[in-house]
Design a binder for this molecule. Sequence first.
Ligand code: UDP
Length: 149
Amino acid sequence: MKKAIYRRILLKLSGEVLRDPQSGECLSDSVLAEMAKQIQAVRKMGVQVGVVIGGGNIFRGMKGQDRGFGRAHGDNMGMLATLINSLALQSALEAAGVPAKTLSATAMPSLAELFTFRRAIELLDAGTVVIIGGGTGNPFFTTDSAAAL
Ligand code: UDP
């Protein structure tokens, strides 16, 4: 097995990568399963893995604005899309036997724990893959900003 250079990484995934290349459906089971496999391989090298995932395969705020939604509503819808993707990836990881947890930038207690830096580190240190959903929790940003933060 290769020796890992990094102890902890943050993987930023665009939502578009989850789209099924054949059917065009927004979530591909085979892509999700392949991602889970690759993340597990990295984890097995002793690397802690955090994931920030986008929502562009489902909804982007700008697209909503073109259709007459207010920008803030559209962006909130985009952030919800990132949570859909986060839960889909969590589910694929769990199905592959990988401990994974979604932390949400926005309080949604019945769906996911609220993101705090301390909680994310605690989970990462315990070997859990941490998926950060909901971007920054603020409209007018993207998940790239969340990943950079
Ligand atoms: N979004 C937002 N604030 C954030 C993160 C995301 O308002 O902090 C909204 C925004 O509308 C964005 C959408 O969620 O277009 C989906 O995120 P992103 O465009 O980053 O997804 P990706 O292109 O990575 O799939």
